[in-house]
Design a protein around this ligand. Structure first.
Ligand code: MG
Length: 310
């Protein structure tokens, strides 16, 4: 089992014993192309990438990073906004769609309410009188639930297997991280009750234990930034020990802001396992400082070796 052979000795995973090796690598880094050539799937590694052997805490986003149950959510949110936004002179359907899409995706990773708050600002700019943002969030969730209801029912009844809605290769990655004895956290901008429901349905709750966090009604009391800050504070560690996986702007930026290592998952959600990058995600996540971009987790072992500096 090559996969587990890499981590045959859990104490060697991201162990401080590897610090000297890490320092050598800093002085004499392998060429990025050599690292890239070890992957079978698509990967992008930034030129100044440095491995780090100090990882102890790993934060995952949920939707688009682990779960595909909510795949297609922008196809619910965007038409709803288009439907409700007043047109101004000079608007074209394409320009309005592009503006709204950019608003939506730039806030991807934050709680859903922030996308609604942004939409209310757009409404006001156009002379509209918006309802409370929570009104739009409820309507969006109503529409989204009807889209994903068949998927949830399929998983509950056993007619659908979790694999279909798990991003390609993610169980292998989670198993390897668990074997390394790393602390795993789930932090999602989706309401916490739904994150827990869907993590259970996909069989991944066990990897995270009590560390599953999602949006709360009091939206100011939760943020990914707060979760990351709490992890570092409670464990009295610096961002050196943090690894973040996400397909959203927010978690990548939050992870990088505290000095963590960020793996962007530019997942092609509609075609799980295609191995293609979602180009919008790839470009924007590199733009906020992602260290590595992958399309899925087919190369989980290689990815972890490279992060560790092996
Ligand atoms: Mg996401």
């Amino acid at each position: 089992m090559i996969v587990y052979g890499v981590f045959a000795s859990p104490s060697k995973c991201f162990d401080v014993d590897l610090l000297s090796q890490f320092k050598n690598m800093q002085q004499n880094p392998k060429h990025i192309d050599d690292l890239v050539s070890r992957f079978t799937g698509r990967v992008e590694i930034v030129p100044d990438f440095k491995p780090r052997s100090t990882i102890k805490h790993v934060v995952f986003d949920f939707d688009g990073t682990i779960s595909l149950i909510r795949e297609g959510w922008p196809d619910v949110m965007l038409p709803m906004f288009e439907e409700l936004l007043p047109f101004l002179e000079g608007d074209s359907p394409e320009s309005v769609r592009a503006m709204l899409f950019d608003d939506i995706m730039t806030l991807n990773g934050k709680q859903t309410i922030y996308q609604m708050i942004r939409f209310c600002e757009r409404l006001k700019e156009r002379g509209g009188i918006p309802e409370d943002p929570i009104y739009y969030k409820r309507e969006y969730l109503r529409r989204l639930e009807s889209r994903i209801n068949d998927r949830l029912e399929g998983l509950r009844s056993g007619m659908e297997l979790p694999d279909k809605f798990l991003l390609h290769g993610v169980l292998s990655l989670l198993n390897q991280l668990e074997l390394c004895g790393l602390n795993l956290y789930l932090a999602s901008g989706t309401d916490e009750q739904y994150v827990k429901r869907e993590a259970d349905l996909l069989g991944v709750s066990k990897y995270f234990g009590d560390h599953i966090y999602g949006a709360l009604d009091d939206y100011k009391s939760f943020s990914k930034k707060k979760i990351i800050g709490r992890i570092l504070k409670d464990n009295a560690v610096s961002g050196d020990s943090l690894l973040v996986f996400g397909d959203g702007y927010v978690e990548i930026e939050n992870g990088k802001d505290v000095g963590g290592l960020a793996v962007a998952v530019a997942s092609d959600e509609a075609n799980n396992g295609s191995g293609n990058f979602d180009e919008w995600k790839r470009q924007r996540l590199l733009g906020v400082g992602a260290d590595i971009v992958i399309a899925d987790y087919r190369d989980a072992s290689v990815l972890l070796e490279i992060i560790e500096g092996k």
